[in-house]
Design a protein around this ligand. Structure first.
Ligand code: NFS
Length: 676
C-alpha cells in the first residue's frame, strides 16, 4: 500500500457515510472497501473539504492581484441600496456575471477543443494522411455537407451526378475546421435552428462568429477593468455558449458519426459488475473517442486475444467511465463501468489492469489510488498529463493510431499477471438498450415505412406523451451519488414525460435499469408505457456523451419541423435538467439550452446567491429574450414537478392540454366539414 494515500482511520474519523453516499450498491461496496483499505476517495474528501462559503455565492473576484475581493450577501439580505463593491468598484452583479461567463468559457472551450481534435483527425482522413481511420458513415457525410455549403451532386452535360465522396469529405473537413477560427461570417450550424430562434439571436446580438473568438472574448471582457455591465457580460456568455452547442459540440457529434458511425440502438450493460475477473480489464475514461475507437478495434484483433490467452486471461473486457464510455457504448456496445464518481472505485476492485485516460473529468487522485494496486494508469493526450511518477504517458497520434492502441492493450495484457489476490468486483450491473440519436428516434418512432417525427408529435398532441424531458450532466460529490438523476427521471416517466439523456446521467439511468423497454411497464404512466410498448423503446433514451447534447437540440428542431407543436423550440412541451451538475461544461450547456428556448433546472446549488439581481436576470429576464430560463431545485421530486408544470404550461399555450385522439373521419364527416 502506498504511503501517499495511507491514513490511519483512528486519526481521521471523518469518512463518508457509505449508505448516504450513493444509492448504488456497487458504489457502496467499493467505497466501504476503500475505507477498509484506508484509501481516500472523493466521497471522503467531500467530508473533510467544505466549499468556500463566499465562493459558493459566486461573488469572490480574483481577476486581479488587488483581490481576491469578496462581497458576501449580508445576513438577512440587502436593506436599501446595494453598496457592496470591490477595490476597483466592481459590484456583486459584475463579479458574479464575470465568474459565471468564465465558467461558460471553460465549458465551451472543453467541448469545442474536443470538437477541434475530431476535426483534425477528420482532416487527416480526408487528406489521406492516415490509414487507421476511414469514413464509416458516408450517408451522414452527405447529410451534413449542405450545412457547410458543400454540394453533394454535380451537373455534367445536363445530367445531375453524385459528387466524388473524397472531394466532399475534403471540402467538409476544411470548412468544418475553419469554424474554430474563420476571420469573417458566423457559425454555419446556427442556420440549422428554427428560423424564429435565429431571429431572436439576431435581435439580441448573440450569433457566434467563430468558436475560438467567443471564448477569447469572454477572457478579455472579464479581465480587470473591461466589461462592467452584467447584461452585456451575459450577452457574450450566451454567444460563447451558442458557439458550443450549435458549433463546437454539434460539429464534434457530426464528425464523430461520419468517422466512427452514427449510433443505432444496441444492447449492453452498465455498472462496475461489467468488469470480469478472468479477463484483462481495460477501462477507457475521459471524453474523446478518437483513441478509444482504436482501442476497441485493437482489443478485438486475433493477435491481442491470442496474447491475452497466452498470458492466462480468458479474453479482454473493455469498459468505460464518463463520456468516453458513452462514445464507445453508443457505437460498439462497450459497457460503461460507471459514472464520474466511480472512477476511483473501478481501480479499487483490484481488477483494473489498465485505465486509459484522455481529457476532462479525470481525478488527479486516480494516480494515488492506482499506486495501491497493480493498475497501469496511462495518459494519452498532450494537454492532459499527471505529475505522479507511476503514471505512464503514451502520446496518441492519429497518424499511428493503431500502433499506439496496440501498445496500450499489450501493456494491459502483460499487467494481468501482476494482479493481487484481493480482486473484488461488485456483482451489480443492469441490462440496457443504448445508441439512440436524431436518426434512430426518427426510425423507431416513425417506423421504416414512414420514418419521421410525426408519430412522436402525434403522441404528444394526443397526450400519451405529456412532454419531453432532457436530463443530463454529471455527478457531484456534494449530493448523493445518482439519487437525483434517478428520482427525477422516474418521476418524469411516471408522469408520461419521455426522457432524453446524455453524459453521466445516461450512465446512471442505465445502471439503475431504466433503459430497457420492459422498464416502461414498471415505471411509466399509462400513456408513455403504451407508446414504449408499441414501438419497443425504453422510456429513457440514451443520446450519448455531453457533446451529444447537440443531438437533443436537433431532435427538438425536428419536432418543431414535424408540425403541430408551435414554431420554435420554446413552444414545445419540453424542459431540461442537470440534477447533479458540477462541471463548467454543464453551465455552458445550460446556457445554450436556455438561449435555445428551454426551461432548464439545475439540481445542485448555482453560484449566484450573492448577486440577486444577476440571478433574477438569469431566472426571469432570460425568458423575455429567448423563451427559456434558468431555475434551481435541489429536491428531486419538486425538481421534476417544476419541469412537469412548465410542460403543462406549454401544452396549455398550444391548446393541447386536454387529451384528444385523432379522429378518423368517414365520408359523411368530410361532407359535413366542407359544407360549413
Ligand atoms: Ni459531462 Fe462527460 Fe460526466 Fe459531467 Fe464529466 S463525464 S462531458 S462533465 S461528469 S456528465
Amino acid at each position: 500500500m502506498a504511503e501517499a494515500t495511507k491514513k490511519p482511520v483512528e486519526k481521521d474519523p471523518k469518512l463518508a457515510n457509505v449508505r448516504e453516499s450513493s444509492i448504488d450498491p456497487a458504489t457502496r461496496e467499493m467505497l466501504a472497501r476503500a475505507q477498509q483499505l484506508q484509501i481516500d476517495t472523493v466521497f471522503d474528501r467531500a467530508v473533510t473539504m467544505k466549499p468556500c462559503a463566499i465562493g459558493i455565492q459566486g461573488i469572490c473576484c480574483k481577476n486581479c492581484a488587488m483581490g481576491p475581493c469578496r462581497l458576501p450577501l449580508p445576513k438577512g439580505g440587502i436593506d436599501g441600496e446595494d453598496t457592496r463593491k470591490g477595490l476597483c468598484g466592481a459590484t456583486a452583479n459584475t463579479i458574479c456575471a464575470r465568474n459565471f461567463i468564465r465558467m461558460i468559457a471553460g465549458g465551451a472551450a472543453a467541448h469545442s477543443d474536443h470538437g477541434r481534435s475530431v476535426a483534425e483527425v477528420f482532416l487527416s482522413v480526408a487528406r489521406k494522411e492516415t490509414e487507421d481511420y476511414k469514413i464509416k458513415d458516408p450517408l451522414k457525410l452527405i447529410a451534413i455537407a449542405p450545412h457547410f455549403g458543400v454540394a453533394t451532386t454535380v451537373e455534367v452535360d445536363g445530367e445531375v451526378k453524385d459528387r466524388d465522396l473524397d472531394e466532399i469529405a475534403l471540402e467538409v473537413a476544411e470548412l468544418a475546421y475553419a469554424e474554430w477560427g474563420k476571420p469573417e461570417g458566423s457559425i454555419k450550424y446556427i442556420e440549422r435552428a428554427p428560423k424564429p430562434l435565429q431571429e431572436k439571436w439576431k435581435k439580441q446580438g448573440v450569433i457566434p462568429r467563430n468558436v475560438d473568438r467567443e471564448i477569447v472574448e469572454i477572457m478579455h471582457r472579464t479581465h480587470m477593468g473591461v466589461d462592467q455591465d452584467y447584461k452585456n457580460l451575459m450577452r457574450q456568455g450566451t454567444r460563447a455558449a451558442l458557439a458550443d452547442g450549435w458549433g463546437g459540440s454539434m460539429i464534434a457529434t457530426d464528425l464523430q458519426d461520419v468517422l466512427f458511425g452514427t449510433p443505432s440502438p444496441l444492447q449492453s450493460e452498465a455498472n462496475l459488475g461489467v468488469m470480469k475477473e478472468d479477463h484483462v480489464n481495460i477501462i477507457v475514461h475521459g471524453h474523446e473517442p478518437v483513441l478509444s475507437e482504436m482501442i476497441v478495434a485493437a482489443a478485438q484483433t486475433q493477435e491481442m486475444l491470442a496474447y491475452a490467452k497466452e498470458k492466462g486471461a480468458r479474453g479482454i473486457q473493455l469498459s468505460g467511465i464518463c463520456c468516453t464510455a458513452n462514445e464507445v457504448l453508443q457505437r460498439h456496445g462497450v459497457p460503461p463501468a460507471g459514472t464520474f464518481l466511480q472512477q476511483e472505485l473501478a481501480i479499487i476492485t483490484g481488477a483494473c489492469d489498465a485505465m486509459v485516460v484522455d481529457v476532462q473529468c479525470i481525478f488527479q487522485n486516480l494516480a494515488n489510488v492506482a499506486k495501491c494496486f497493480h493498475t497501469k494508469l496511462i495518459t494519452t493526450h498532450p494537454i492532459a498529463k499527471m505529475e505522479q511518477d507511476n503514471v505512464i504517458h503514451i502520446e496518441f497520434d492519429e497518424h499511428h493510431a493503431m500502433e499506439d492502441a496496440k501498445r496500450i492493450v499489450k501493456m494491459a495484457i502483460e499487467n494481468f499477471q501482476n494482479r493481487g489476490a484481493d480482486v473484488i468486483i461488485p456483482p451489480y450491473k443492469s441490462a440496457q438498450i443504448a445508441g439512440f440519436g436524431v436518426e434512430s428516434i426518427r426510425y423507431h418512432l416513425g417506423g421504416s415505412f414512414r420514418g419521421d417525427y410525426y408519430t412522436l408529435n402525434d403522441n404528444i398532441i394526443n397526450g400519451r406523451i405529456r412532454g419531453i424531458g432532457g436530463v443530463v450532466g454529471c455527478n457531484n460529490a456534494r449530493t448523493k451519488h445518482n439519487e437525483e438523476h434517478i428520482v427525477i427521471i422516474k418521476e418524469l416517466i411516471k408522469n408520461d414525460v419521455i426522457v432524453l439523456t446524455t453524459g453521466c446521467s445516461a450512465i446512471a439511468a442505465g445502471m439503475h435499469g431504466l433503459m430497457t423497454p420492459e422498464s416502461a411497464a414498471v415505471h411509466c404512466g399509462p400513456g408513455l408505457a403504451e407508446v414504449c410498448e408499441t414501438v419497443g423503446i425504453p422510456p429513457v433514451l440514451h443520446l450519448g456523451s455531453c457533446v451529444d447534447n447537440s443531438r437533443i437540440l436537433l431532435a427538438a428542431t425536428e419536432v418543431v419541423k414535424a408540425g403541430g407543436l408551435g414554431n420554435d423550440i420554446t413552444d414545445l412541451p419540453a424542459a431540461g435538467s442537470a440534477p447533479e451538475w458540477m462541471s463548467e461544461k454543464a453551465i455552458s450547456i445550460g446556457q445554450y439550452f436556455v438561449a435555445s428556448g428551454v426551461y432548464t433546472v439545475f439540481g445542485y446549488h448555482m453560484p449566484l446567491d450573492g448577486a440577486p439581481v444577476f440571478k433574477d436576470y438569469l431566472y426571469k429576464e432570460m425568458e423575455k429574450m429567448y423563451g427559456g430560463m434558468w431555475d434551481c431545485e435541489p429536491d428531486p421530486v419538486k425538481h421534476a414537478h417544476k419541469m412537469i408544470a412548465h410542460i403543462d404550461k406549454k401544452r396549455k399555450e398550444l391548446g393541447i392540454d386536454k387529451a384528444r385522439e385523432r379522429v378518423l373521419m368517414d365520408m359523411a364527416d368530410r361532407q359535413a366539414l366542407s359544407m360549413e
